[in-house]
Design a protein around this ligand. Structure first.
Ligand code: CMC
Length: 428
């Protein structure tokens, strides 16, 4: 039997259906609310609003649970590869050996980027942020790879092109920004190793691929691969709802991810840790600012809209960070500061009362620094990781017969009707 919620308004009673998800999550279906009652809902930050049904990712923010297509992220981080996770998210199931081989061949075949695109990279001002460049270049891909006639083929081709080329484009952008020769993808290297080689190989110092670094990068990307209806994914779905190309929708997702409250937090965390270090290493003034209601300052890498406990991704990232530094026999003083910050914050009344725990970005920057990724490319790394999630969510929205143009309403609070006043009657 379907549950309903009774809404009493203006002397009438309305019955609103309650819908239930496969993990028991409940929602009031208000799709007929305005039509039947004349009311709309108001929900800043859409914190109480479900925008769709989805079979892709399950999160439980109270218990710190994250699963892709039902599989716990811990198992995927331990046993899978990013390529396999991308397949899982987009297609719904883990690939068979044959499907995985076919997927690898497609990714290899589409890994080159049109040579003419190089000129674009070369003409961006040197100070351009790599996220702005990536967003622009992904949108520009459409001009280089015109639409195919067969819709299904077009969608599959675009998804593969994006997954494969985005990593080539990111590495290309880095090489050009340094004035170095572009390194092409290699057919003998797997997804993550190929990216590292394109980033760091150079004629005078050939890059030696370290399996520990490859495995760290795989885990980093798996942890970022999807996170249900977050800001950038919602941007992809909303922009996609206007029926733009997948390139344009992903370009919008990249732009949304750039913000420091979202994916840009990984860069902001390392900058915060560097600032603490530069100022002598005392964390107290930074915590005091984060607690101060009159100061907009926030402890970056802490807090999450959904997780009200430790972010499961941050747990894995922290362990991986320790393991990687140990294996490479490196020491990063920023890790010491991060651990001290975490310990003090987790025992601090303000952070306890506000349920503020480290999120995925708190330790991820230290992993990326260790791999050799420059700070201004951290969010690009997040974007490459999130791409399969964006694609899967876009595809799901396009296949959903109920998905329609996203167009929220508002409560207007401006002036009520008034007459136009000609310029010469407006006073000085
Ligand atoms: N430092 C200090 N106070 C904080 C923080 C923080 N990092 N995060 C939230 N608060 C406080 C906030 O000031 C508010 O306090 P009060 O109720 O007393 O006014 C309360 O907690 C609730 O904050 P909110 O902004 O309403 O909560 P939200 O759900 O909108 O915020 C967030 C989520 C991620 C935007 C926020 O926690 C934040 O700004 N964190 C720092 C940026 C960050 O690390 N972002 C990465 C998120 S994880 C990666 C991703 O998936 O995007």
């Amino acid at each position: 039997m379907t549950d309903t919620v009774r809404l009493e308004y203006d002397g009438k009673v309305f019955e609103l259906p309650v819908v239930v998800g496969s993990e028991g999550e409940k929602a009031i279906d208000i799709s007929k609310l305005r039509q039947e009652t004349g009311l709309i809902t108001l929900d800043y930050g859409l914190a109480n609003t479900g925008s769709c049904y989805s079979e892709i990712t399950f999160m439980n923010g109270e218990k710190g649970v994250l699963r892709y297509r039902g599989i716990p992220v811990e198992q995927l981080a331990e046993q899978s590869t990013f390529k396999e996770v991308a397949y899982l998210l987009i297609n719904g199931d883990l690939p068979t050996r044959e499907q995985l081989n076919h997927f690898s061949i497609l990714l290899n075949d589409h890994s080159l980027v049109h040579e003419d695109m190089r000129a674009f990279y070369q003409n961006f001002p040197r100070a351009s942020h790599p996220m702005g460049i990536l967003s622009g270049m992904v949108n520009a891909l459409r001009s280089f790879y015109p639409e195919l006639q067969n819709m299904e083929e077009e969608i599959n081709m675009t998804m593969t092109r994006l997954l494969s080329k985005v990593r080539t484009m990111a590495a290309m952008s880095y090489k050009i920004s340094r004035g170095h020769r572009v390194v092409y993808p290699r057919p003998d290297l797997a997804y993550s190793a190929n990216f590292l080689n394109m980033m760091f190989d150079n004629p005078v110092r050939p890059y030696v691929i370290d399996p520990d670094v490859v495995s760290a990068l795989n885990v980093f990307w798996i942890l970022h691969a999807d996170h249900e209806q977050n800001c950038s994914t919602s941007a992809v779905r909303i922009v996609g709802s206007g029926r733009v190309t997948l390139y344009a929708a992903i370009s919008a997702g990249i732009a949304a991810l750039w913000g420091p409250l979202h994916g840009g937090a990984n860069q902001a965390v390392v900058e915060m840790l560097q600032e603490i270090r530069r100022s002598g290493g005392d964390i107290k003034p930074f915590l005091a600012r984060a607690r101060d209601k009159n100061d907009p300052y926030r402890l970056m890498g802490f807090g999450h809209r959904v997780y009200k406990t430790y972010d499961p991704r941050a747990k894995i990232m922290k362990k991986m960070c320790d393991r990687l530094l140990e294996k490479l026999q490196l020491h990063d003083p920023l890790l010491d500061i991060a651990k001290e910050l975490e310990e003090v914050a987790l025992n601090d009344d303000y952070f306890i009362e506000h349920n503020l725990y480290p999120n995925v970005d708190f330790y991820s920057g230290i992993v990326l620094r260790t791999i050799g990724i420059p700070t201004n490319m951290f969010t690009v790394m997040f974007a490459i990781g999130r791409l399969p999630g964006w694609i899967a969510q876009w595809k799901e929205s396009m296949d959903d017969p109920h998905w329609k143009l996203c167009r929220p309403r508002q409560i207007y609070t401006g002036p009520t009707v008034r007459d136009y006043v000609p310029l010469d009657q407006r006073g000085r």
